[in-house]
Design a binder for this molecule. Structure first.
Ligand code: IMP
Ligand code: MG
Length: 183
């Protein structure tokens, strides 16, 4: 499918399934060699990362575990206002190598928050593996060690990423088609 319509908006294909597969393979190869003796715990951040996490894990050949977390926003009482809480983490991560698995790193607010909470819980080493990375939008300093595909600052949908809840099931990644929108 070269175009899809989601919530009345036309999106055109940007990154095809085979390119995604190749990029995921490149990340897996790096992790397989760099974290070989670390028995890492992969921590996939739901919902967006489910498809990337599944495809990545099939290509990971070293001893490892995987678990899933959610990041819930709530109004904090501190001066920072909005807080984000990590929920669903049952593993003891003290002293462990943890690989955060994300669908996309945009401003970096989410990843920085998860990173800090894992540090606080005693992880000895934290890596970030993200399918997509938008460096132009990134405002944080957490190193994005494994970025499968670097993308410009466009809104994307598909392969786990949603637009108002829709489009996560698409096997390719799509971008808003401005030409169609202006017609
Ligand atoms: P950040 O905290 O600004 O880095 O944003 C991260 C989250 O925003 C991701 O986990 C996504 O849920 C969402 N997001 C950011 N950019 C996009 C996009 O282009 N399409 C769909 N969701 C996005
Ligand atoms: Mg996400």
């Amino acid at each position: 499918m070269s175009k899809v319509v989601i919530n009345g908006h036309t999106f055109k294909i940007k990154i095809g399934a085979s390119e995604i597969n190749k990029a995921v393979g490149d990340v897996a190869r790096q992790i397989n060699s760099q974290l070989k003796d670390k028995k890492p715990l992969f921590l996939a951040v739901l919902n967006g990362s489910f498809m990337f996490a599944a495809d990545l894990m099939k290509k990971i050949k070293i001893d490892c575990e995987i678990s899933f977390v959610k990041v819930a926003s709530y109004e904090g009482t501190s001066s920072t206002g909005k807080m984000k809480q990590l929920i669903g983490l049952n593993e003891d991560i003290k002293g462990r190598t943890v690989v955060i698995v994300e669908d996309i790193v945009d401003t970096g607010t989410t990843i920085e928050n998860v990173w800090e909470q894992l540090k606080e819980l005693g992880a000895s080493e934290i890596k970030v593996a993200t399918l997509l990375f938008k460096p132009e939008a990134y405002t944080k300093t957490v190193p994005i060690e494994y970025a499968a595909i670097v993308v410009p600052n466009d809104f994307l949908v598909g392969y786990g990423l949603d637009y108002n809840g829709l489009g996560r099931n698409l096997e390719d990644i799509y971008v808003l088609d401005y030409v169609e929108e202006k017609k």
